[in-house]
Every structure is written in structure tokens, then in C-alpha cells.
Design a protein around this ligand. Structure first.
Ligand SMILES: C[S@@+](CC[C@H](N)C(=O)[O-])C[C@H]1O[C@@H](n2cnc3c(N)ncnc32)[C@H](O)[C@@H]1O
Ligand code: SF4
Length: 451
């Protein structure tokens, strides 16, 4: 049987599984873990360990039809201005609870479109964040950038605040695909954006691409990738298009009849991966590529690659403080998510409450299972000794799961005394295999396709 038929028989094209950017995943969060947990976790932080900070900007001037991100369209800056004031108020609420001396090792602005902010708002927000949690040395500041929504003045303002990494959205360069996803983005404009970012001293540049979009074919994606390669990014994220119109209503504008079928999606992903590798990029985890000298590739080689809400990261810090509507904070003790709707988030802050609304406090085997899943997603391998040195004898509880996986995915995994490893031919079903360690996996309708 061909590998694709084997994977299909195992349910690759039917399964709906999480991308495991956290464990447990957000649908398992409950309102029992809320602002009280957040307050305690913030107060208990070790001031000697720098934290990472994520800021969510849920606004875009254009709303691309394919996009499943939490964002809203706006043609004026007034809701953005109000939101920035609320973020500054949230920072004051946090600062009152943080231990003195705490520093920020990493800052990431995501969205939505952070570059919807004009230069003066960029400066104002960055300074407010640094006043609340001063940067550590070294300090990494990364920003998600829509090339159609940025100019040199914004890039200069970000660089002046220490931006040293950038991630630009591309998705696909074919105009037919761009028309079908409601996102026009000329190549020349993207190229100018990349040039301006490099001139501003951005040492690490990521590009986001998506496969599985309407009208994509092996030829169109190959041509898009060649254009991306000409931009010489350090990293590439290649996401499988998640078509979830029941959750992201704007996707109802997508013509479903033009979507590639399951087997074509598989071929698009495989073909794209081969093209990046042939161009000298290392494959990282399930959906990233990086130049061998990039930090992400080094982390993958030395076993320090980690998974976070943005995908893959070199950040090993246990604490991520999420600011803004819908942001999730991660603490050693668990997760807490801010109120998701912008209105509800703003209201809580205006009432002087911490915005943590729902979450999950780790208990039982959560942390061990979280690490096992992270190892699979990052290294395609659970190293039993590493797991045991972190969690002691509890790891024995996972043995029946390893056995079940070895049986179910025979020929795709290898199970020895020391490790469970997903073989290259089994990597397309990594998320399905990881799901076997998930004690909270229940209704799966919320998740996107495994393939
Ligand atoms: C916040 S957006 C990008 C930043 C910026 N707003 C832009 O458009 O360039 C983050 C990324 O999520 C990915 N994404 C959004 N919706 C998706 C979907 N339905 N399926 C897969 N990836 C998606 C896209 O690659 C997108 O660039
Ligand atoms: S892809 Fe970027 S610009 Fe388009 S709707 Fe999503 S967040 Fe906004």
C-alpha cells in the first residue's frame, strides 16, 4: 500500500485534531480558572527569571476571507486608540501585581495587524510595556507585519523600540488564489517591505504561507515558493488552510468548490516541503522551515525547540504573559485566557479587574502529558529518560499509550526501551499520534483537519 493510502486508512483525511500549541488546548479551559488564578500566578513569579510577553492587536483594515485569526475590521483609528489605552490600563493592573525587578526577555506583537498602529501609537505602546516590565538583556522583540499595512515610518518606529524579528504574512503570490481568499498583495510591495525591514536591521525574518487554499495547484504553489525564496527569509511557516466557516464566519465567502481535495492538499504540503529543503532549508516540526544557521534550526538540532501559541519557538521560558483581548497567559501552574471579545475585555479592564476569564490549572498528569506532546510536535520523538528525569516514576502511566500507538501506527513509528519515535513516513499523522496523550480530547468538531 502506498504511504498516502496507509495514512488515509488511519483517518488522516477525516481526523479533526488540535495543532497542540498548548496542552490542554483552549476548548478544555473552564471559567473556574480565572482572574483569581491569574493574580496568584503573577504574584508568585520569580523576579530572577525573565518572562515573555505577547500583545494581541485584534484589528485589521482589510479582512481576508480565509483568515481564522481573532480580529475585527476597522476603517478608522478610533477603536484602535481606545484599545491601546485599555492595554495601558491592563499593564498598570499587572504591574501592581508583579514582583519588583521582573524583566521581559521577549516581546511579541501579534494579531490581527499590529502594524495598523501609526508610528506614535507604536512608540507609546512599546514604552508603556517597557515601563511596566523592563527589558532584559538580551531582549527579543518580534512583530507580525502585513506588508500592505506598513510603511517606513512604522518600521522605523518599531526598530527604534528594539524590534529585531519580523514575521510577514504572504499566504500565496498567485493572483487567482489571492482573489479567491480576498487578499490582494502584489509581489513588488512585499519585496519593498522586506527590503525596508532588512535596512532597518531586522536580522530574522519569517514569512507565513498557507497550502490548501482555493485554486492552488502544485504549479502555483511551486511558483509562489520560488518568489518567497527570492525574498531570502530566515524562516518560513507553511500552515495547512483551516477551513472552519462555522467559527470564522468570513470564510463563508470562500468558494468551497475551488478548495483542493484531501489528496491534493497532501501533495501540496509534500511538494512545498521538498522545495524548501532542496533550497537548503531545514524542516522544523510539522509546518516550519528554517535556514540551518537560524536559531530555530539550531534549537531543533540541539533539542531545545519549543511549541507556543505562535507555533515553534526557541523560547524556553515557562512564563508568557498575554495582554489584550483573547490572549492566553501561560504559567508553570497552568493557563489563563483574557476575555475573548474586545468589548468584554475592555469592560473588565475599565472595572479595574484583571482580564483572566477562563483557563486551566495543571493537575494530575497534565504537565507530563504536555511535555510528551510537545516533544512529539517538536522532535517527533518522546525521549523516555528525559521525561523520567523531569517527572519521575509517573511516566510509567504513559506506557500503555506508547504501546497502543505502536500497534495503531505500525510501520510509521518505532518504539524501543528508550524512545517512541515517529518515522519520516509517519510525520503527517503527528498531531493524531499526539492526540493519544490528550486526556481532554473529546468533541473534535472545533479543530481543523489533521492533514
Ligand atoms: C495574524 S495573521 C498575519 C499577520 C498580518 N495580519 C498579515 O495578514 O500579514 C497570522 C497568520 O495566520 C495564518 N492563518 C490565518 N488564518 C488561517 C487559516 N484559516 N488557516 C491557516 N492559517 C491561517 C496566516 O498565515 C497568517 O499570516
Ligand atoms: S490575514 Fe492578517 S490582515 Fe488578513 S484578516 Fe487575518 S489578521 Fe487581518
Amino acid at each position: 500500500m502506498e504511504n498516502i493510502d496507509h495514512l488515509s486508512a488511519l483517518g488522516l483525511f477525516d481526523a479533526r485534531v488540535p495543532r497542540y500549541t498548548s496542552y490542554p488546548t483552549a476548548p478544555a479551559f473552564s471559567t473556574a480558572t480565572n482572574a483569581a488564578f491569574q493574580k496568584q500566578a503573577l504574584q508568585g513569579l520569580d523576579p530572577d527569571l525573565p518572562v515573555s510577553v505577547y500583545v494581541h492587536i485584534p484589528f485589521c483594515e482589510r479582512l481576508c476571507w480565509f483568515c481564522a485569526c481573532r480580529t475585527q475590521g476597522t476603517r478608522t483609528l478610533s477603536p484602535v486608540e481606545n484599545y491601546i489605552e485599555t492595554l495601558k490600563q491592563e499593564l498598570r493592573l499587572l504591574a501592581d501585581r508583579l514582583p519588583p525587578g521582573l524583566r521581559m526577555g521577549r516581546l511579541h506583537w501579534g494579531g490581527g495587524t499590529p502594524t495598523i498602529l501609526p508610528p506614535e501609537m507604536i512608540t507609546d505602546l512599546a514604552q508603556a510595556i517597557k515601563a511596566a516590565i523592563p527589558p532584559a538583556e538580551p531582549f527579543e522583540f518580534s512583530v507580525e507585519i502585513d506588508p500592505t499595512m506598513v510603511d517606513e515610518a512604522k518600521i522605523s518606529a518599531l526598530a527604534a523600540q528594539g524590534m529585531n524579528r519580523a514575521s510577514i504574512g504572504i499566504q500565496d503570490f498567485s493572483s487567482k488564489v489571492q482573489d479567491a481568499i480576498g487578499r490582494e498583495q502584489p509581489y513588488a510591495l512585499t519585496e519593498n517591505c522586506v527590503r525596508a525591514l532588512r535596512q532597518a536591521g531586522i536580522g530574522s525574518l519569517n514569512t507565513d504561507l498557507v497550502y490548501g487554499l482555493p485554486h492552488q495547484s502544485e504549479q502555483t504553489i511551486a511558483s509562489s515558493i520560488d518568489k518567497v525564496l527570492a525574498l531570502d527569509p530566515d524562516r518560513v511557516a507553511l500552515f495547512g488552510y483551516a477551513h472552519v466557516p462555522h467559527m470564522a464566519k468570513r470564510q463563508k465567502l470562500i468558494d468551497e468548490t475551488a478548495l483542493p481535495d484531501d489528496r491534493m492538499r497532501y501533495r501540496l504540503a509534500q511538494g512545498a516541503a521538498e522545495r524548501f529543503q532542496a533550497a537548503g532549508y531545514d524542516a522544523i516540526g510539522i509546518d516550519h522551515f528554517a535556514r540551518p544557521d537560524d536559531g530555530l534550526a539550531r534549537a531543533a538540532r540541539d533539542g531545545t525547540l519549543r511549541r507556543n501559541f505562535q507555533g515553534y519557538t526557541t523560547d524556553t521560558c515557562p512564563t508568557l504573559i498575554g495582554l489584550g483581548a483573547s490572549s492566553i497567559s501561560r504559567f508553570a501552574q497552568g493557563y489563563v485566557q483574557n476575555a475573548a471579545a474586545t468589548g468584554a475585555y475592555v469592560q473588565r479592564i475599565q472595572e479595574g479587574q484583571l482580564p483572566g476569564f477562563r483557563g486551566h490549572e495543571h493537575g494530575g498528569q497534565d504537565m507530563m502529558r504536555a511535555r510528551a506532546i510537545e516533544m512529539l510536535m517538536c522532535d517527533f520523538r518522546i525521549d523516555f529518560r528525559a521525561l523520567q528525569s523531569a517527572f519521575g516514576r509517573d511516566v510509567a502511566a504513559l506506557a500503555p499509550i506508547h504501546d497502543r500507538i505502536a500497534e495503531t501506527f505500525a510501520g510509521l513509528v518505532s518504539l524501543t526501551e528508550t524512545a517512541l519515535e515517529i518515522l519520516p513516513q509517519g510525520r503527517p499523522v503527528t498531531r493524531m499520534i499526539a492526540g493519544h496523550y490528550d486526556e481532554y480530547a473529546g468533541g473534535n468538531a472545533l479543530f481543523s483537519k489533521a492533514s
